[in-house]
Design a protein around this ligand. Structure first.
Ligand SMILES: Cc1ncc(COP(=O)(O)O)c(C=O)c1O
Ligand SMILES: N[C@@H](CCSC[C@H](N)C(=O)O)C(=O)O
Length: 456
């Protein structure tokens, strides 16, 4: 990988930029840096690639310099340098994009101001009348943007259960312009067969763009482009950065033409990632391997603890997960987000309110552990009736596990479960109250739970 390039004189006529003057649709392109990755694919194992960079800084700086400059000097004829303006391209952002391209199995990667910004760029490929096929469990913000496009831009959106391939195949057609997948989904941790669904979408319409939101696993654990997707994107606010100190989104592609179209939107709308945030993200990525390893080890312990004590836990590290085998065919780890039900919303509220180490917060992928109730927080923008239809019950608790000591995390959770009356305590053991009375919306067995709580 090469670092920011030195001015080399006019490369491409008077523009002097290593890029063609128009995109594949014939739109005029403003000056921009060269496509991100100078070589396709990875050369080392992922843990090495996350850390290893070949910078060619003129002073030998070990950390990529932050080019905090909005504009760049040019020759009198308007050419000369690779960069002219930071909205169009910035050396720190290019360094990040080239680094990401390696680890995302891409030939080109683009960095933008948030995960939703990345999805906005992707959905700008759509035209009125286009159809989008997507899941019935999705991050709330993704659902909100799709609903906006369906309401205002003439896009037809089909929400189907992506764990059930025939349901997806049934709605795919020559009008399907985009298949948008999450695996695992946020927050019900459903797994879909990315390869099979990508093939089916391309068979239905060879021009269909398959976009996979890889936020839950990060490129450390899953590479959708290797599974047949056209775009892998994620909220880099989560695992890639890892410290909740930056908002960012990344998009990765293997097809140069598609990369140009995405870049065109980014430059036109001005959502490229700032130099400071690009630097923060470059720094965060270096520790992704160690963070993710620790986070998923801790998450496995927490998942087993909850399941052993009778809770219905959704986590692909557990053999009880309905798509366990599929998940391990396409991913290299289970990630560090799980969700579980108590069968009673009031009890769930008391658990969330009772923990000390687990911070009540949206987001995930940070080094510290978080707890949330998706229906009240990350998925509140989905109306109640739709949530209920999709099996997103009000009592659902989502845990995003960090790098703390796993025993401390479990002790804290155990204390909150007992205090909340979520478990039936017997000498030497405690078990979750049965969810048998649960009416499917987290309202069941409330008297049982309340009674239990008052005894403690
Ligand atoms: C799965 C998923 N995709 C995309 C996003 C959007 O990312 P951002 O918050 O960085 O815009 C989020 C969370 O916000 C998410 O959970
Ligand atoms: N108020 C925000 C909520 C962000 S949720 C962040 C993250 N994706 C998560 O799942 O926790 C909004 O309405 O977008």
């Amino acid at each position: 990988m090469s670092g920011p390039q030195k001015p080399t004189g006019p490369i491409n006529g008077h523009l002097g930029k290593a890029v063609q003057a128009s995109d594949l649709d014939g739109n005029d392109l403003p000056p921009s840096p060269a496509p991100s990755s100078p070589h396709p694919g990875r050369r080392y194992n992922i843990a090495t690639e996350l850390v290893y960079t070949e910078g060619h800084d003129q002073y030998g700086a070990s950390s990529t310099p932050i080019y905090q400059s909005a504009t760049f000097y040019q020759n009198p004829n308007g050419g000369g340098n690779e960069y002219d303006y930071t909205r169009s391209g910035n050396p720190t952002r290019t360094q990040l994009e080239r680094h990401l391209a390696k680890i995302m199995s891409a030939t080109r990667c683009l960095a933008v101001t948030s995960g939703m910004g990345a999805l906005d760029v992707i959905t700008r490929l759509l035209r009125p009348g286009d159809e989008v096929v997507t899941g019935d469990d999705l991050y709330g913000g993704t659902n909100r943007l799709l609903k906006f496009l369906a309401t205002n831009n003439g896009i037809v959106v089909h929400h189907v259960d992506t764990t059930h391939p025939p349901a997806v195949h049934r709605v795919l057609s020559s009008k399907t312009a985009m298949l948008l997948l999450e695996s695992p989904t946020n927050p019900l941790i459903k797994i879909c067969d990315i390869r099979d669904l990508s093939e089916a979408a391309h068979a239905a319409n060879p021009k269909c763009v398959v976009a996979v939101d890889n936020t839950m696993l990060s490129p450390m654990l899953q590479n959708p482009l290797d599974l047949g997707a056209d775009i892998s994107y994620e909220s880099a606010t989560k695992y890639l950065s890892g410290h909740h100190d930056v908002m960012a989104g990344v998009l990765a592609v293997q097809d140069a033409g598609l990369g140009e179209k995405l870049y065109f939107s980014i430059n036109s709308t001005g959502c490229g990632l700032s130099p400071q945030d690009s630097w923060l993200l470059l720094r965060g990525i270096k520790t992704l391997g160690v963070r993710m390893n620790q986070q998923q080890q801790n998450c496995q312990r927490v998942a087993e603890f909850l399941e052993t004590h009778g809770f219905k836990v959704r986590y692909p590290g557990l053999k009880s997960h309905p798509q366990y085998d599929l998940h391990w065919r396409q991913a290299r780890g289970a990630g560090a987000v799980l969700s579980f039900s108590t069968g009673n919303t009031a009890v769930s509220e008391r658990i969330v309110g009772g923990v000390k180490i687990w911070a009540i917060s949206v987001s995930f992928g940070c080094v510290n552990s978080l707890i949330s109730m998706p229906c009240r927080m990350s998925h509140a923008s989905i109306d109640e009736a739709t949530r209920k239809e999709r099996g997103l019950t009000e009592d659902l608790i989502r845990l995003c596990v960090g790098i703390e000591d796993a025993d401390d995390l479990i002790d804290d959770l155990q204390r909150a479960l007992v205090q909340a009356g979520a478990v039936n305590v017997t000498p030497g053991d405690f078990q979750a109250f049965s969810n048998d009375n649960d009416n499917g919306n987290g309202e069941g067995s409330s008297r049982e739970h309340t009674a239990r709580q008052t005894q403690i």
